[in-house]
Design a protein around this ligand. Sequence first.
Ligand SMILES: [Zn+2]
Length: 391
Amino acid sequence: MTEEQVFDLVLAGGTVYDPVSGTHQIADVAVTGDRISQIVNRTDSTGPSPASRAREVVDCTGAYVLPGLVEGHTHIFADVSKVGAPPEEAHLRRGVVAAADAGTVGASTFAAFHRYLVTPSPMRLVNFLNVSVLGLIDFRFGELLNPATLVPEDALAVARAHPETVRGFKIRLSEDVVGHAWRPLLKASLELAADAGLPLMMHIGETEEPLPVVLEMLRPGDIVSHAYTGKPHGILRDGTVLDEVRAAQQRGVLFDCAHGRSNLSFEVARPAIAQGFLPDFISSDTSARNWRGPVFDLVTSMAKLRALGMTMDEIVSRVTIAPARVLGLDAEGYGTLVPGGPAHVTVLRDTEETVLPDAAGNQIVAPRLEPVFVLNGGQRVELTGWRGQPA
Ligand SMILES: [Zn+2]
């Protein structure tokens, strides 16, 4: 570090979060090219602010300065799947720099997904490959109603050919998707995941049997999506988090928020949070069916969970380092904000109070979180506005 060093950009005076330690500080973040150069605490520091040596200064006073957000569960195969939303519009321009598609794509559609979405995207896109070769093309017809569409050798071949993209497998375990034959299908999916050395993401809400029966079969590292679903066979009994759910989390089974069109209930989330049961990571499950409501985007899911009692420190780690670790993207510098690391940064501000819906017809009134400045590998992202109606 020389006295003369000039930074391209300094994000000055914001509340800068470190999701690894779960702490935050008022600091200046200096960026040069595609890297973070310095993070200087403004309270302890006696020297001049790096802002005095910057080509451009962005005043972040009163704003939250976070590592670029990581979306652990979404649906982004537009034009092929009825649930796919365009990733740049739905995610990057709303503060998300890396995202995992959760089962929209199956082995038979993966080549197109890789060629037309993953390769050209300015975002880092990965996926949980649907165990059905069909993927989730059309929500009206469960992709596993014909169990012959689960072809382990096809899924395994795709996973082995594309380890940089396929980070796990996905099975939607609802009765309308798998019918009554859920047990052999889940077993075959777990065997496939074990063969590939990858986690299985499993979607709950309207499973045929109570959740503990299903949890018993999962391995540490496997993921239960829709942790706060209001549908039958969720995490609560008489308003209390099930012991079996806590035990599963304790032994390393991961719980994913995955709001989605029908799977976040404030009436489940509020008592669960009060009882200290938090998801291991927070995803929005944004899709073409919910990005204009009730989900909108990941930052709105964050605002809802904050209104229900989670702290910003708890939330930030669960939309950055936690999903980055699940997806193996921490090794590429996603999920943290550190000197020398890549300049993926999302700056958020609180908005006015807004009516925010869940997926079960309930509402709360709370400030939203709005992205105001985003860097993706040092590149400034052109943002787009909230897709809901302000109160
Ligand atoms: Zn989903």
